[in-house]
Design a protein around this ligand. Structure first.
Ligand code: PEP
Ligand code: MG
Length: 532
């Protein structure tokens, strides 16, 4: 068997060699003839009940994030609108499996059409649930799963519940012909430290063993001796690097010349972060509050937001926490908020633009933040700012809410109000903004500067290069402005999590970097090893 290479995109870093287990490609659903409607309703009820039980059993072993994903699926099972659709189709003569499939397909279509990869990835949850119930109705067995520890699981795509079930075998890695780096499975893999590559283009066949290189996004099946040797060398080097990084985690990060670099965390759901990492960070450089708003029937009110914000601030006692106001819109639907349909949502009504347009959405968050500020190290950061007037309008909104709260006799204070620098306009005209601090959002800054979508693959992905001179010049400009004015400048895009890029950012003079939890130790190592 000759060595074969498949090239894709890394979704969770790591380097592993192991036995290869290829998931069977699913055959199309057989179309059973419908019994009478009452019998089909009863079959559907039976399958939904069994699916609920099976998901509950999986949840018991799933870990926090996995449990949340499965809980979302259980919620969907209980969604009367979804089930009613299927029931109507049964009444119209459809068999239960076809009726359920059609009801889910309608929902899936909406998610697949979304412009944002995050939302497209949610389609996988619905598809997962569809398949589970259809399989139960049609008496199909789930995929045969690997039993050998360290196995690389390969397939076309993998459902979140499939991942959780497979993970019992303590997988070595995941290699998918399709898939997305933003999917729930990718998120779970990153949380578990399990190497994963997506978008390989084809499902590997005919090999028993493979090397998964989730640093470069590559799967090598039946590796030949030269490839094995090279792999062994890289693996040893990686293990040593990892060891050095972990050893530095608990200490403040300093450059070889003794200069201190603040290493902060990017946070979505604070509950999902290991306490040791929260302790090791110099604070939170970006809290994406969207996590409080998405996937729910009712938006969080002021009280719920206040409780969430103060809980994290109090957990970090005195260390700065930069909370970013809601950054959704266009392609990210919110319960109870009708958004315009836009042909190019990334350039549409999103981030601060949406919040200023919908004061009823913004006010509870602003009030909760103002109430959380007294006596706490809160900073507030505004996303997607393009012009100075937007920032001024936001400031006036904060002022008005503060006056309102004081009028009500509620304790509140104005925190430092900063902005993300993630549009080229804001970087170019940085001196026009009356912000208390700046945080460079390299993910959006790169996509808007290079006109290359942040979730694209192939040729476009190559253009979305954070080290392109155009991007670096914009960053340089913002750093220079910070130096000239004494205003704080940090960077919180994914760029800081890539060791080679962190090097460049340090060389450009940045001394505050914020990264996802999994990258904190490597960032501290990059600071420690910085050449000059
Ligand atoms: C960014 O754009 O770099 C950023 C940090 O924000 P988000 O990734 O949430 O858009
Ligand atoms: Mg952004």
């Amino acid at each position: 068997m000759a060595e074969q290479r498949y090239s894709g995109r890394p979704a969770s870093p790591g380097l592993v060699i192991g036995p290869l287990h290829v998931l069977a490609t699913r055959s199309a659903a057989t179309r059973a003839r419908a019994g009478d409607a009452a019998a089909e309703h009863a079959r559907l009820d039976g399958a939904l009940g069994r699916a609920r039980d099976d998901l509950a059993a999986l949840m018991a072993t799933a870990g926090t994030e996995g449990e949340e994903i499965l809980a979302f699926q259980v919620e969907l099972l209980d969604d009367p609108a979804l089930v009613e659709h299927a029931r109507a189709a049964i009444d119209a003569g459809e068999p239960a499996a076809a009726a359920w499939s059609a009801a889910l397909d309608e929902q899936i279509e909406g998610y697949v059409a979304a412009d944002d990869e995050y939302f497209r990835a949610r389609a996988a949850d619905l598809d997962d649930l569809k398949t589970r119930v259809v399989d139960l109705l049609e008496g199909r067995w789930p995929d045969e799963l690997p039993t050998v520890e360290g196995t690389i699981l390969a397939g076309r795509d993998l459902s979140p519940s499939g991942f959780i079930a497979a993970e019992r075998a303590r997988l070595g890695g995941i290699a998918l012909a399709e898939g997305s780096a933003q999917s729930h499975v990718a998120m779970l893999a990153r949380a578990r430290g399990l190497p994963m590559v997506v978008d390989l283009g084809a499902v590997p066949t005919g090999a028993d063993e493979a090397i998964l290189d989730a640093e470069h996004g590559m799967l090598v099946t039946a590796p030949d001796p030269t490839t094995r040797d090279a792999f062994a060398v890289r693996r040893r080097a990686r293990a040593q690097t990892e060891e050095r990084a972990v050893a530095l985690l608990g200490s403040p990060a300093t450059l070889p010349n003794g200069e201190r670099v603040a290493c902060l965390l990017n946070v979505d759901d604070p509950q999902s972060i290991e306490p040791a990492l929260l302790d090791a960070a110099d604070g939170v450089g970006l809290w994406r509050t969207e996590f409080l708003f998405l996937h729910r029937a009712q938006l969080p009110d002021e009280g719920e937001q206040y409780a969430a914000y103060t809980a994290l601030l109090d957990r970090l006692t005195g260390r700065p926490v930069a909370i970013r106001t809601l950054d959704v819109g266009g392609d990210k639907p919110l319960a109870g908020v009708s958004l315009p349909s836009e042909s190019n949502p990334f350039l549409g009504l999103r981030g601060l633009r949406l919040c200023l347009d919908r004061p009823e959405l913004f006010r509870p968050q602003v009030r909760a933040l103002l109430r959380a500020a007294p006596g706490r190290s809160l900073k507030v950061m505004l996303p997607m700012v393009s012009r100075a007037s937007e920032l001024a309008e936001a400031r006036a909104f904060f002022d008005a809410c503060l006056e309102e709260l004081r009028g009500e006799g509620v304790e509140a204070a104005m925190p430092p109000l900063g902005m993300m620098v993630e549009t080229p306009a804001s970087a170019v005209a940085i001196d026009t903004f009356d912000a208390d601090f700046f945080s460079i959002g390299s993910n959006d800054l790169v996509q808007y500067t290079m006109a290359a979508s942040r979730d694209a693959g192939g040729r476009v992905a190559a253009l979305a290069d954070p080290l392109d001179p155009a991007v670096l010049r914009l960053i340089e400009r913002v750093v220079a402005h910070g130096r000239a004015t004494g205003l704080e400048v940090s960077l919180c895009g994914d760029m800081a999590a890539v060791p080679g890029c962190a090097e460049r950012l340090l060389a450009l003079g940045l001394r505050r970097l914020s990264v996802g939890p999994a990258a904190l130790a490597r960032l501290k190592l990059a600071v420690h090893d910085h050449a000059g």
